[in-house]
Design a protein around this ligand. Structure first.
Ligand SMILES: Cc1cc2nc3c(=O)[nH]c(=O)nc-3n(C[C@H](O)[C@H](O)[C@H](O)COP(=O)(O)O)c2cc1C
Length: 189
């Protein structure tokens, strides 16, 4: 089946390069993020963009969990944040998190279109991210995103390379369509 290549070809690479990304491309991905739909158009997302040369970079890298050490080489690290109070809570559902996810997906698809990669992470210590970036206590950090050009696998040690290859292969696995789409009514497992 043919779907948008930016969706079908997308994956989260194990290496994102430190090579600088053109300003227009960075602007394009945030323009895409800005256009995402949100509950009552509340647009709760706030992105903090941290480049290699930024003085906050080291403290942000230190907030990453050990397993996400690979992300330190990425040209850009983005913190996707929001204040829970800034969005709907219809039915008690935290739409701020839903909406930030929508915005990040929009950014990710545009990144693919621009020849870039996004690799999202939940593996970080939130308090340390907040301290590093001067975020208010009322904000939540929903994800860190490594953004840039995909890196050369040759630059990795054999062990990390094997782990990275395995991760990319595994990352292609998806539930069959019949497990996730129900026609007319839901059928519990
Ligand atoms: C909310 C979220 C958190 C994630 N956290 C991490 C992470 O901490 N470290 C990591 O290497 N990948 C992380 N990932 C990437 C996922 O492992 C990856 O998206 C998934 O395996 C599917 O692979 P794909 O993106 O290549 O299709 C995260 C992705 C999402 C959406």
């Amino acid at each position: 089946m043919h779907i948008l290549e930016e969706i079908s070809q997308r994956y989260s690479p194990p290496i994102i390069d430190s090579r600088e990304v053109e300003k227009e491309k960075v602007e394009a991905i945030f323009e895409a993020a800005r256009r995402a739909p949100s509950c009552y158009n509340k647009q709760p997302w706030r992105f903090v963009v941290v480049k290699k040369e930024d003085e906050t970079r080291k403290a942000l890298e230190d907030a990453l969990s050990l397993g996400n050490g690979w992300a330190k080489r990425a040209a850009i690290l983005v913190a996707a944040t929001a204040k829970p109070s800034s969005d709907c809570d219809t039915n008690g559902i935290p739409y701020y998190a839903y909406d930030v996810g929508m915005s990040v997906m929009s950014m990710t698809i545009e990144a693919e279109h621009q020849g870039l990669k996004c690799h999202q992470m939940a593996g970080y210590r939130e308090k340390r991210v907040k301290d590093a970036l001067a975020l208010p206590q009322s904000s939540r950090v929903l994800a860190l995103i490594a953004v840039g050009y995909e890196g050369e696998v040759e630059s990795l040690s054999d062990k990390i390379l094997a782990r990275g290859k395995e991760a990319v292969t595994k990352s292609k696995e998806r539930l069959p369509i019949d497990d996730i789409v129900f026609w007319g009514r839901y059928v519990d497992e």
